[in-house]
Design a protein around this ligand. Structure first.
Ligand SMILES: *[C@@H]1O[C@H](CO)[C@@H](O)[C@H](O)[C@H]1NC(C)=O
Ligand SMILES: *[C@@H]1O[C@H](CO)[C@@H](O)[C@H](O)[C@H]1NC(C)=O
Ligand SMILES: *[C@@H]1O[C@H](CO)[C@@H](O)[C@H](O)[C@H]1NC(C)=O
Length: 313
C-alpha cells in the first residue's frame, strides 16, 4: 500500500489550502454590459449608444452591480475596465457583427478573457441573442449565421444529452428544466441564427462550444443555448431577461412564472460565475464613478421593444 509521507501530506494540504485561500468567492461582483450603436429609428435616442435597461435589471436582480461599457473607447481603457470587472454580458440588439464599434469592443474583451482564463484568472462571458451571434463570429473568425423565421416567437428548448451535465443547466431545478422543454416559454426575437449545420461543419466552433439546446424554425435547426468547454463562456439565442423586464405586447413575449424563473436562474448562474473573479477597481471612488447608478434610464413609452434604455455619449 502506498503511504504518503508526512511531509508530502503537509505539502498537499498546504497547496489545497492555498488554492482555496486564493479563490474566495467575490460577494460583491461587478459585471460589465456592453453598449451598442443607437438604432436609427429610436426617437428617444441621445448620444451615440444605448443599453436596454432589462439587461441591467437582469443582473441586478441576481445580485450583481453593473458597469456600462461604452463603445468607441481605446484598447487601453477597455483593458483597464477588464481588470476592474468580474464578467461581461453581450446583450441583444441590431448592429453589424464585424464592423460595428460594439463588435470591436466585444473582440477586445473576448481576447482579454481568453488570455486571462488561460492564465488561471477566471473571467466569465455571457451572450444573449446578438451576444451569442457575436461570440460565434469571434470564435469562428467569420460570420456563419443564416436567416431563420424566429422573430417574435416563444419556443420550448430541445435539450441535447449534454445539457444534463452542463455547468449552466446542472444547477436548474428539475421542474424548471421540464417547463423549459415542454412549454413555449423562451422568447425568440432574432432574424439570424447559428444553424447546427454550419456549427457542425466549423471545426473552431465545434471544438470550442458544447451545444446545450437547439430549436427549429420549421426548416433549420439552430443553436439556442451553448457553453464553452474550456472557458466560462455562455450564450443563449433566446431572451431570458424579457420575461421579467420587457412588456411590449407582442407574440413571443412570455411572463409566466416558469419564464420569470428561467430569467432568474440564468442570471443567478452567470452572477455566481462572476463571483469566482477577483478583479476589482483600483479604488472605491473609481468603482463608484464607473457604476450604472451614474446614469438614468429613459422610459420609452408606447410600443417600444425596450421599455427603458440607458443612453451614452
Ligand atoms: C471613435 O469614433 C470616431 C468616429 O467614428 C472614429 O474616428 C474613432 O476612430 C473612434 N475611436 C475608437 C477608439 O474607436
Ligand atoms: C452557413 O454560413 C453561410 C455564411 O458563411 C451562410 O451563407 C449560410 O446561409 C449558412 N448556412 C446554414 C444552413 O446555416
Ligand atoms: C410551441 O412551439 C412549437 C415549436 O417548437 C410549435 O409547434 C407549437 O405550435 C407551439 N405551441 C404554442 C401553443 O405556441
Amino acid at each position: 500500500m502506498y503511504r504518503p509521507t508526512a511531509a508530502l501530506c503537509a505539502l498537499l494540504s498546504a497547496c489545497l489550502c492555498a488554492a482555496e485561500r486564493s479563490q474566495p468567492l467575490n460577494a460583491r461582483p461587478v459585471i460589465g454590459v456592453l453598449a451598442q450603436e443607437n438604432l436609427p429609428e429610436d426617437r428617444f435616442a441621445r448620444g451615440s449608444s444605448y443599453i436596454a435597461a432589462s439587461y441591467i435589471k437582469y443582473l441586478e436582480g441576481a445580485g450583481a452591480r453593473v458597469v456600462p461599457i461604452r463603445i468607441n473607447r481605446t484598447e487601453k481603457e477597455y483593458a483597464k475596465t477588464f481588470y476592474s470587472i468580474n464578467g461581461l454580458l453581450l446583450p441583444g440588439g441590431d448592429i453589424d457583427l464585424q464592423t460595428s464599434q460594439f463588435s470591436r469592443a466585444a473582440k477586445i474583451f473576448y481576447d482579454l478573457a481568453l488570455k486571462a482564463n488561460d492564465a488561471g484568472d477566471y473571467f466569465p462571458l455571457w451572450g444573449t441573442c446578438q451576444g451569442l451571434q457575436q461570440l460565434s463570429v469571434l470564435t469562428a473568425n467569420k460570420d456563419l449565421l443564416t436567416l431563420t423565421d424566429t422573430l417574435a416567437v416563444a419556443l420550448p428548448l430541445t435539450l441535447t444529452p449534454a445539457a444534463q451535465s452542463s455547468r449552466l443547466f446542472r444547477s436548474f431545478p428539475k421542474d424548471l428544466l421540464q417547463s423549459l422543454t415542454e412549454e413555449n416559454i423562451t422568447s425568440n426575437f432574432h432574424s439570424w441564427s447559428l444553424s447546427m449545420q454550419n456549427f457542425s461543419r466549423n471545426a473552431k466552433l465545434k471544438r470550442f462550444y458544447k451545444v446545450l439546446s437547439t430549436n427549429n424554425d420549421g426548416k433549420k435547426e439552430f443553436i439556442s443555448t451553448m457553453e464553452a468547454y474550456r472557458y466560462p463562456f455562455y450564450a443563449v439565442q433566446w431572451h431570458p431577461e424579457k420575461s421579467s423586464f420587457e412588456w411590449i405586447d407582442k407574440p413571443g413575449m412570455v411572463h409566466s412564472t416558469a419564464a420569470v424563473r428561467a430569467c432568474f436562474y440564468t442570471g443567478s448562474f452567470f452572477v455566481s460565475e462572476a463571483m469566482k473573479s477577483q478583479h476589482h477597481f483600483s479604488s472605491p471612488m473609481e468603482e463608484e464613478q464607473a457604476l450604472i447608478y451614474n446614469f438614468s434610464p429613459i422610459f420609452k413609452r408606447g410600443r417600444a421593444i425596450f421599455v427603458q434604455n440607458y443612453y451614452f455619449d
